[in-house]
Design a protein around this ligand. Structure first.
Ligand code: ADP
Ligand code: F6P
Length: 320
């Protein structure tokens, strides 16, 4: 029987994490549970930084980016002894189950705690949309909209000066942000880690577009696909085109969540709490074929989704 839950955010912050904290807290209280917030992700379990959360503590945060609980990348937490210490601390607080909001790495941490007898459930929260067991992660929609609005501004200069605008976006291991933002922005090309592209092919593509009277181009590069500085240098040295570079950086990780992210955060939060109450834990909540489900970690490992191949091809065709 679960009476008290802990909640933490871990890994890279994502817009909508606050909405998820609010959803978990208020829905759990609605169901008669008490909630303890753990600060700074897994680091807070080691430094014993926690605070009780009531309904009012999570007021005025639904529209804010970042995470009120703060977050961390805690490398020590990879060690078994450290995980045992954290599990012991959770027991000492009478926390019966832990809700982790974060990406794939954070889910691994939750899985490690569950193997030590702490029931956990993970809510997907990362801008990268690259998590096992779900086709959607909270933060992604906001991010692609932020990238789109930035690219639309950059496009004005690219058009006016007849340049190739190279825009670097996040995505160390996955090209979702580059592809979806590229599709929405009408980019000429997207470079993603899943499809290594020869820079000579990229240049041929850009020159062909130019010959077809296209005076400016947008190229979106996921950080894990290539060094964007190398891409710019290569275009400059191997074509007559004039490239310039914009690295969007943390601009794309902050800001108020989109309506979709706030809604998904609330629905994922409800599923997480309901699953714990039903005794279904050691799972990741996710969106699978338009349904919100909780999948055991062990099964989720086999549910890894990649970018849409058709969309990847379509961006290049429509960008000509
Ligand atoms: P994300 O959750 O966004 O993927 P990270 O990969 O940085 O971000 O992971 C966040 C944190 O989760 C790490 O700093 C670490 O504390 C924990 N973590 C990551 N991988 C593992 C693992 N294999 N075992 C235990 N904890 C992990
Ligand atoms: O949140 C995921 C992510 O945005 C990756 O795409 C990126 O490489 C990474 O985080 C960078 O985060 P940090 O600077 O916090 O290590």
């Amino acid at each position: 029987m679960i009476h008290k839950i802990g909640v933490l955010t871990s890994g890279g912050d994502a817009p909508g994490m606050n909405a998820a904290i609010r959803g978990v807290t208020r829905y759990a209280i609605q169901k008669g549970l008490t909630v303890e917030g753990i600060l700074r992700g897994y680091a807070g379990l080691l430094s014993h930084e926690t605070r009780p959360l009531d309904r009012r503590d999570v007021g005025e945060i639904i529209h804010r980016g970042g995470t009120m609980l703060r977050t961390a990348r805690c490398l020590e937490f990879m060690e078994k002894d450290v995980q045992k210490e954290a599990a012991q601390y959770l027991r000492s607080l009478d926390i019966d189950a832990l809700v982790v909001i974060g990406g794939d790495g954070s889910m691994k941490g939750a899985q490690a705690l569950s193997q030590l007898g702490i029931p956990t459930i993970t809510i997907p929260g990362t801008i990268d949309n690259d998590m096992m067991g779900t086709q959607y992660t909270v933060g992604f929609d906001t991010t692609i909209n932020t990238v789109l609005s930035s690219v639309n501004k950059i496009r004005d200069t690219a058009y006016s000066h007849e340049r190739v605008a190279v825009v670097e976006v996040m995505g160390r291991h996955a090209g979702f942000i580059a592809l979806y933002a590229g599709m929405a922005a009408g980019a000429e090309a997207v470079l993603v880690p899943e499809h290594p592209m020869e820079l000579s092919d990229l240049c041929a593509h850009l020159e062909e577009s130019h010959r077809m009277k296209k005076m400016s181009s947008i190229v979106i590069v996921a950080e894990g696909a290539a060094r964007s500085t190398d891409v710019v240098k290569y275009i400059r040295e191997h074509t007559y085109l004039e490239p310039n570079l914009t690295v969007l950086g943390y601009v794309q990780r902050g800001g108020a969540p989109s309506a979709y992210d706030s809604i998904m955060a609330g629905l994922f939060a409800q599923k997480a709490v309901d699953s714990l109450l039903a005794g279904t834990y050691n799972c990741v909540v996710g969106l699978l074929d338009s349904r919100i489900v909780a999948t055991p970690y062990t099964e989720a490992e086999h549910l890894k989704f990649s970018i849409d191949e058709n969309m990847y091809q379509l961006v290049q065709w429509l960008g000509r």
